[in-house]
Design a protein. Structure first.
Length: 139
């Protein structure tokens, strides 16, 4: 019963992120969402690794990917919009550090889910870096 309420509460939070009309704020809220889910995943693991752990770890990666899609939806090249991309990149770097720590702390049975989320977040981080560091388009 508790886990059903927990999953419903998470869905409401992610829907609130998706409902943000300003794309820059949506990207930041998606990262806030990912950070909160990672904190929840840690709490679930410390409480005994209940099913909410796997769901929270998956939502961390979903939040990071949604941040990237929101930034891309702005339609500006990352090198011309470095402020938002660089802020997202720095926060994703922190998120990756926290995921690495979680991966090192969890038992072997739960490690694959954390590694998968870490790989997804890492791909988003690399795309952000590639976009910021790439050459500015000629206009």
């Amino acid at each position: 019963m508790f886990s059903l309420l927990f999953i419903a509460a998470l869905a409401i939070d992610f829907e609130a992120v998706k409902a943000e009309p300003v794309l820059e704020k949506r990207a930041q809220r998606a990262l806030d969402f990912a950070q909160e889910r990672l904190t929840e995943a840690r709490k679930h693991y410390d409480a005994g690794g209940d099913p909410g752990f796997v769901r929270s770890v998956t939502l961390v990666a979903d939040g990071a990917e949604y941040c990237l899609s929101s930034l891309e939806a702005m339609g500006k090249h990352p090198s011309r919009n470095t402020r938002h991309y660089k802020a997202a990149e720095m926060r994703l770097r922190e998120l990756l550090r926290r995921l690495t720590t979680l991966r090192n702390d969890v038992n072997v049975d739960l490690r694959p889910q954390v590694v998968e989320a870490e790989n997804r977040v890492s791909r988003v981080h690399e795309k952000l870096l590639d976009g910021v560091m790439s050459r500015k388009p000629r206009s």
